[in-house]
Design a binder for this molecule. Structure first.
Ligand code: PLP
Length: 233
């Protein structure tokens, strides 16, 4: 039962956070999507989360996601939130409904080719490394428009928004400026109205900082620990 209780509580917190949005982000009427991050968690607990209403699963590693998707016969959406190597694009495209971690033209091109081969249009997000942390994947905010323009020329890839992993601060309030900057970038991308794009997702916020992220305009949060408890590695 505890997974279901955690999910209920998180949804309550998301709803409260949406009410605290500033006037600029208030006009985001779309609901926030809760993606359950299931890395290092077993299929039975994932099934509990799905039974409790979770519609989308986030995984970091392709191999792990593949195994789980073969075991789970539930109808859920699979999203890749971890780094993708270009040589794994084909497998990723065969499994994931959304690839959140596109961070180079080369990767976008590989995804395009792989998707073309199976007649799919692959939804992707661009991953941004806002704080320019060496340990994190993603491109600099200043490179966002160029990559978005490039992706919009690819026939088998559809750009759907932006994703970021904020730096970890003890006090999640300190991440607020980063989430705010991401929302500005998201607006800029949306307002550019690039052809063949469908800019709808701003993916930011994890267990320790999702309420701040939602207050600043996130509409997709990725939560693992908050739903399933600590991961054992
Ligand atoms: C693991 C992970 C999450 C979830 O982190 P929690 O702190 O467990 O909620 C979200 N996003 C990415 C990219 C991750 O790797």
């Amino acid at each position: 039962m505890f997974v279901a209780d955690h999910i209920t509580k998180i949804i309550d917190n998301i709803n409260s956070a949406m009410k605290k949005r500033t006037t600029i982000q208030k006009n985001r009427l779309d609901p926030v999507k809760l993606v359950a991050v299931t890395k290092n968690h077993t299929v039975p607990v994932i099934q509990e989360a799905i039974a409790a209403g979770i519609l989308a699963i986030g995984e970091n590693r392709i191999q792990e996601a593949l195994l789980k998707s073969q075991t789970l016969d539930a109808k859920v959406e699979w999203q890749l939130i971890g780094h993708l190597q270009t040589n794994k694009a084909r497998v990723a495209v065969s499994l994931f409904d959304l690839i959140q971690s596109v961070d180079s033209q080369r990767l976008a091109r590989e995804i395009d080719q792989a998707a073309g081969k199976i007649g799919k249009r692959q939804d992707v997000l661009i991953q941004i490394n806002v704080a320019n942390e060496e340990t994190k994947f993603g491109i600099a905010p200043t490179e966002m428009m160029a990559l978005a323009q490039y992706i919009s020329t690819l026939e088998n890839v559809r750009l759907c928004g932006l994703m970021t992993v904020a730096p970890f601060y003890e006090d999640p309030e300190l991440a607020r400026p980063i989430f705010r900057e991401m929302y500005q970038l998201f607006r800029k991308l949306k307002d550019a109205q690039l052809e063949h794009t469908n800019i709808e997702w701003l993916s930011m916020g994890m267990t320790h900082d999702y309420t701040v992220a939602v207050e600043e305009g996130a509409n997709l949060v990725r939560i693992g620990t908050g739903i399933f408890g600590q991961r054992e590695y």
